[in-house]
Design a protein around this ligand. Sequence first.
Ligand code: ADP
Ligand code: ZN
Length: 528
Amino acid sequence: SAQSDSKFGLHSEGQVAPSSASGESNWLRPFQWDEEVEKLRKNLFGLPSFRTHQREIINSVLSGRDVFVIMPSGGGKSLCYQLPAVLRPGVSLVISPLLSLIQDQVMGLKAMGISASMLTQWGHDFRPDYRHLGILKTQFPRVPLVVLTATATERVQADVREMLNMPRCEKFISSVNRPNLFYEVREKKSNANAMMDDIANLIQEIGPGKESGIIYCFSRRECEQIAVELVQRGITAAYYHADMEPEERMRAHTRWISNKVQVIVGTVAFGMGINKPDVRFVIHHTISKSVESYYQESGRAGRDGLPSRCVLFYRCADLPRQSSMVFAEAAGLHNLYSMIRFCQSRRACQRAAIFEHFGENKQDCHGMCDNCADPRPVVDKDVTEHARALLRVVEEINRKDQKVTMLQLVDQWKRQPGDSGRLAPELTKEDTERVVTQLLLSGYLKEEFGHTAYATNAYLALGPLSKAILDGHRFVSLEVFVGGAASRWQDNAAKDRLNLMGSGMTAEQTVVVSKLDDLRQRLAAEHG
Ligand code: ADP
Ligand code: ZN
């Protein structure tokens, strides 16, 4: 079994248990392998220094401990197992969920002159197979096990520890915060052509012809269409989705990785395991299905730590497209509605929504999301009358045993004569959609799903709390900006923040600069 132990490379012999278990910093004290570790970092991996937690993790792995690592995308998880694997004799076994990730790793290791090869037996879905990995600890109890992931709630951590038979382990949890990412939600125009112009302009502004980016779309057809439209607007683009021949997909991927095309347009299937460090923007053409998905998809930007942009184009009309996909999943609608709340709010910090989702304490956003950066005041516009009128329309339709989609409801209501019709001109179509969405999020409306031979449709019905509005006991409000064209302001805000970061400063330094700037402005306002 000494033979099999060595397959995993990380021998337990010669392990040095820390003298006291007084927390992470203990893993930074001197170790006998320090010099070797430093040499490998510099000469083999070519890295100027360690990043947060890397050294502690390496020390605890080399000490023979089981380790649980949560580190955001781009944090540098690979080094945490690659370096100990090189330092110790024997073989390290790396278990990875995706073929593209595995290929990437093997290629990267070989390029450094580290011998590596791959076994690819996984089934269609890696999750059930992962359940069998508990056998590793039973078979090789003295070989340290390292679990690395970008995100895991407390609950998932406990499940994984149980599944892998590692009840006790050292934990290293980094914040989910990605301080170099600027998050923005922009209005998605209903006119497809105008929408494409917006995207093309944004890309030109971020970096004409060079800065690499990803656009996420809802459907395969959209991917192809958008790629063509971008090319027509002078932007090099390729598309990537599950309906393509593997070679064709590989070609698109390679052209993008090697900067032959600037933009790759993909469904969410694209990107799991994408290891391109210099992605400067991730644009969402359609909302994600949850805050978690959005965090992961948008997080493919800026893995090299340089300032990068995450721009989500939001339109309420995209909600039923997503909800009819996710409604059958446990918590599918709940998660989607959290995502919609994230998009609807003109006030709430977008980073805060991410911290909240992962159960992490809120940290300062430093103006790196458009809600935090926007100086325009937001007011709560009372839309109770509109809400009531809309609910009456739904009530009437339901009474006739008919069904209505969100878009039909908005159309019907805008066309209605009489009381509610008189209210309608005040609100644009988009505003009306936002009111309907607000009603859905608050439980005054609910979604119901109907199936045809070809699709699942989402319809609206009165929600459990609708009576309170119809009876006049509740108010409904919508957050709206006071004055100013949103998009013009947005362009400048993002540019200012990112230019500051682009000037070679770290995220932390730009924070200091922008704080000083705020202070200067406040003082100027107070003292003339
Ligand atoms: P993760 O797996 O956590 O997403 P990776 O291990 O792929 O991250 O590393 C992301 C990028 O950061 C890679 O380009 C890697 O070379 C780089 N990197 C890792 N550690 C360091 C470090 N200590 N200093 C500088 N760059 C690093
Ligand atoms: Zn913010």
